[in-house]
Design a protein around this ligand. Structure first.
Ligand code: NAD
Length: 495
């Protein structure tokens, strides 16, 4: 079986003998073994990151930008290979995987502008003959801990910007699908990045704890589930680190009676079932407002039944398996709880089997109607292909549902009423809001992040928030008194 090592100082190596099997979720069979790194692996990573960062921080932003630009070209050239690596270990369709690498690539494109992005501010004559300016300097060694659901895109939200800012970066990818990170690191090296600036260390919570407790690491960027995000935030902050920890989600899509219903249904199908619902911006709750509910449920049901659930190797697949056997069981258990608590199960994805892939981790598209806000399937993140329809009498009730929920990652409204739409974008207590678009993921030059239980910390990721997160602000105040050498008789012209 193929062995997945670490990427330390420009080479594929590992020292620990502990390892974990990585499955192909479509077949349920092991396809590789990933190293669970030890203290020895971690110390080598720190040693290499530390040494390399001193020189890298003094490399001009323009030179850093040129390496990023080479990297962008290499990712474009190798995008099909990167997408297949993602699909093989994650299970998502190739089109989905390719789309996710493209979203990551856009962050590299943004980071190519680093000479401009690092420009500070300058004020002349803040006092007589006194000038003041601000500069942004790198933090040192930054770390990123990432989830299984976007093994290329989420790491790419972080490291291109951290590195462009003059830091070195240590990535701890998900142990469930770690291979893409290593290929991304190799390509960065090929693009001319000095060894040690981007290291990848594989492992589970043991390595995470080494990161959180290391005195050499200045910042931690985390994306994953809310309980772990909270732990990362609290432990990093206690250890004096800068931290941004993005957590789980329960995204609502509100359908008003005046919405274009077909567009809303398309949106719910793509955002609810795409990538088997394993997206932090997935729509898991459709809020049907007024008398639109029956027609909405019937249309979602009919479209959900048309989805082709199959392995990523099938180019007509709309949706692949979920990540693991345990996760499949967890989702199926939520479906059973929903039934027990009184929701109407319109489409049941449990016990979904595909001939030839009987041991794969497939769950079929599932649809609940008449969900209420006290139900477990409404309150908790399921992270699978399960859409819950909750009925609201009017707009007031709908926006209250959105705002009262513990999670605050994304939300969207479908309506043709400008006044309602403006009220929704202004008053929803959510980090990312869409109007007549199902997944309002901000582009690389804006910033991504939720509110409430979906983000712990002060900064979202990428865009200017990313630049600010990965740099320390310094403000200089400077006065040049009369030069002693020029003597008292020397007077500068006044114009
Ligand atoms: P997870 O929290 O289980 O794991 C994320 C990372 O944390 C992994 O690298 C893992 O090794 C590590 N980890 C897991 N348990 C740990 C522990 N007890 N102590 C220390 N480290 C630990 O998340 P996941 O299952 O890989 O990903 C799915 C979750 O991520 C969902 O909740 C989803 O909503 C969330 N997510 C959020 C965003 C966002 O932008 N808000 C984006 C993608 C995914």
């Amino acid at each position: 079986m193929r062995k997945i090592h670490n990427f330390i100082n420009g080479s594929s190596v590992s020292f620990s003998k502990n390892e974990l099997i990585v499955d192909d979720p479509s077949t349920g069979e092991g396809i590789a073994k990933v190293v669970l790194s030890s203290v020895e692996d971690f110390n080598k990573v720190i040693e290499s990151s530390k040494k390399a960062q001193v020189i890298w921080s003094q490399t001009t932003p323009l030179k850093r930008s040129r390496i990023l630009s080479n990297y962008k070209n290499l990712i474009e050239k190798n995008i099909n290979e990167l997408a297949s690596i993602v699909s093989e270990e994650h299970g998502k369709t190739l089109a989905d995987a390719k789309g996710s690498v493209t979203r990551g690539l856009e962050v590299v494109e943004f980071a190519c502008g680093i000479p401009h992005l690092l420009k500070g501010e300058f004020s002349q004559n803040v006092g007589t003959n006194i000038d003041s300016w601000s500069i942004r300097q790198p933090l040192g060694i930054c770390a990123g801990i990432t989830p299984f659901n976007f093994p290329a895109m989420v790491p790419m939200w972080m490291y291109p910007i951290a590195i462009a800012c003059g830091n070195s970066f240590i990535l701890k990818p998900s142990e469930k699908d770690p291979s893409c990170s290593l290929r991304l690191a190799e390509l960065f090296s090929e693009a001319g990045l000095p060894d040690g600036i981007f290291n990848v260390i594989n492992g589970d919570k043991e390595v995470v704890n080494l990161i959180l407790n290391s005195q050499d690491i200045s910042s931690v960027s985390f994306v994953g589930s809310t309980p772990v995000a909270k732990y990362i935030y609290e432990t990093s902050a206690k250890n004096g680190k800068r931290v941004q920890a993005l957590g789980g989600a329960k995204n609502h899509l509100v359908v008003m009676p005046d919405a274009n219903l077909n567009q809303a249904v398309d949106g719910i199908i793509g955002a609810g079932y795409g990538s088997a619902g394993e997206r932090c911006m997935a729509i898991s709750v459709a809020v049907a407002v007024g008398d639109i509910a029956d027609e909405l449920v019937s249309k979602i049901h009919s479209e959900a039944q048309k989805l082709k659930v199959s392995p990523w190797t099938d180019e007509n697949s709309d949706m692949g398996p979920v990540i693991s056997k345990e996760h499949k069981e967890k989702i199926e258990n939520y479906i059973s709880i929903g039934v027990k608590e009184g929701a109407t199960l319109v489409e049941d994805g449990r016990k979904f089997k595909i001939q030839g892939y009987e041991n794969g981790y497939f769950v079929g598209p599932t649809l609940f109607d008449n969900v209420t806000k006290d139900m477990t399937i409404y309150k908790e993140e399921i992270f699978g292909p399960v859409v819950s329809v909750i009925r609201a009498k009017n707009y007031d009730e709908a926006i209250n549902l959105v705002n009262d929920h513990d999670y605050g990652n994304g939300t969207s409204i479908y309506t043709s009423d400008g006044e309602i739409s403006r009220h929704f974008t202004t008053h929803s207590k959510i980090g990312m809001v869409g109007v007549n678009v199902p997944i309002p993921v901000p582009m690389a030059f804006h910033s991504f992040g939720g509110w409430k239980q979906s983000l712990f910390g002060d900064h979202s990721v990428h865009g200017m928030e990313g630049i600010h997160f990965y740099t320390k602000l310094k403000t200089v105040t400077s006065r040049w008194p009369k030069s002693i050498q020029s003597g008292p008789e020397f007077v500068l012209p006044t114009n």
